[in-house]
Design a protein. Structure first.
Length: 419
């Protein structure tokens, strides 16, 4: 007799809770508010105790000074009186030669004078003690506030490093489980997700570009083989040339995507690179195209050495010079390429004559596949990635690229890189 199989059992439940455990007494958590309350409350209490102690000592000293005798009897028989603290009752003659009322008034005046002197001395010393305590309190408060807020400085430095395209940085804050540690942990989690997203995006672009290279290379080879046949019909040769140009454009697009994905990363290996040499090499590569279009390339290229990747920096200069030559006026056009050191930074200028560019379309020029007043058009001047690649490479080197319309038409491109 066949036995009925037992139904499948549910998987065991996890024995741990992935959520953050809640404390038994949440009001005992050492939060920043409680720590600051205890810190400044304790500082105020200590300062008050010190101030009371100092005032007590000063008052005791003043009372001791006030207990000193105002006068002393030099000769009891003649009742000759002498005083060092109150010259008003110094008498060379006997008390019988001075009216009693004047003698009592002099004594009362001396008592008031000594009391006022003691009070003035107490006030001046109390003010000095208060000033000293204030200086100590401010210095101690500044030091303690810096110690309490030091995690914020660490978070800020990490955020600046992340802003420089270094998503691998983490805060990893140690210390009590307070608001600052919770903020740092949340920031670390956000950076982890951002890094995974950027890595996945760049990996996808790289893999897709690599996968597209193989069929494009095969297509190019087949087209070149068919075009090499001298017996091929003219229509077929014309179609082959058109397909070959389209295939070449697709290869440029793939290479641009690869370079764009690569340049979005932080440059790790840096070497000294002279922007003047890079710009000169870019000008040499575009010189033939410029002469064919009747565009003159000029400029003064002063030495400007930066730390970076020479191939990527050359791509910046080449893309900018190519765009300046291709998007120019039909006659008497010119392109000016300059390099220099300004305010401690290396600067590459590329300006040209050309069509008038509205200021509101400047930002769109740096977006992928965007051109002036067109989007994904069939222009033969490029694939629409030149300025996007230039901006990505500049950011990867810690630099900046900006464009502004030139009066009379054309653009002025300015690339700034740290020396």
């Amino acid at each position: 007799m066949a036995t009925t199989p037992a139904p499948p059992q549910a998987p065991p439940k996890p024995t741990w809770d992935p959520r953050r455990p809640q404390p038994v007494f949440p009001w005992l958590r050492p939060t920043i508010r409680i720590r600051l309350t205890l810190l400044y409350g304790g500082m105020f209490l200590i300062a008050g105790i010190l101030l009371l102690s100092i005032i007590y000592l000063l008052a005791a000293q003043a009372i001791s000074t006030g207990n000193q005798p105002l006068f002393k009897i030099v000769k009891f028989q003649e009742l000759q009186v002498s005083s060092d603290n109150c010259p008003a009752i110094n008498m060379a003659s006997t008390a019988n030669s001075v009216p009693l009322q004047d003698f009592n008034n002099a004594i009362a005046q001396c008592v008031d004078h000594q009391r006022q002197a003691a009070l003035d001395d107490l006030l001046s010393r109390s003010l000095l003690a208060l000033l000293g305590l204030a200086v100590i309190a401010f210095a101690f408060g500044y030091a303690m506030a810096g110690r309490v807020l030091s995690p914020l400085g660490r978070i800020t430095r990490t955020a600046r490093a992340v802003a420089g395209s270094d998503l691998s940085r983490r805060i990893e804050l140690d210390g009590p489980d307070d608001e600052l540690k919770e903020l740092a942990d949340t920031f670390d989690d956000m950076l982890e997700r951002l890094q995974r997203a950027f890595t996945a995006q760049q990996r996808f672009v790289g893999n897709a570009s690599h996968e597209l290279r193989t069929p494009l290379a095969i297509n190019r080879t087949l087209l070149e083989v068919h075009l090499s046949d001298p017996d091929a019909p003219v229509e077929l040769q014309q179609l082959g040339k058109t397909l070959l140009a389209t295939n070449e454009r697709s290869e440029q697009l793939v290479e641009g995507l690869l370079l764009l994905a690569r340049s979005d990363n932080q440059i790790v290996e840096r070497k000294p690179v002279d922007l003047a040499e890079v710009a000169s090499q870019a000008v040499d590569q575009v010189q033939a195209e410029a002469e064919a279009k009747g565009v003159t390339i000029r400029g003064v290229r002063k030495p400007a050495v930066v730390q970076g990747n020479g191939v990527l920096l050359e791509r910046i200069a080449l893309n900018l010079v190519q765009n300046a030559v291709r998007y120019n006026v039909p006659e008497d056009g010119w392109v000016e390429v300059d390099t220099d050191i300004q305010h401690g930074q290396a600067v590459l200028y590329v300006s040209n004559t050309g069509p008038v560019v509205p200021a509101y379309e400047i930002d769109n020029l740096f977006e992928p596949f965007r051109r002036l007043r067109t989007e994904r058009t069939g222009s033969d001047k490029g694939v629409g990635l030149g300025l996007s690649i230039a901006r990505s490479v500049a950011r990867a080197h810690g630099g900046h690229i900006a464009a502004q319309p030139r009066e009379g038409g054309g653009l002025v491109m300015r690339v700034t890189l740290p020396v």
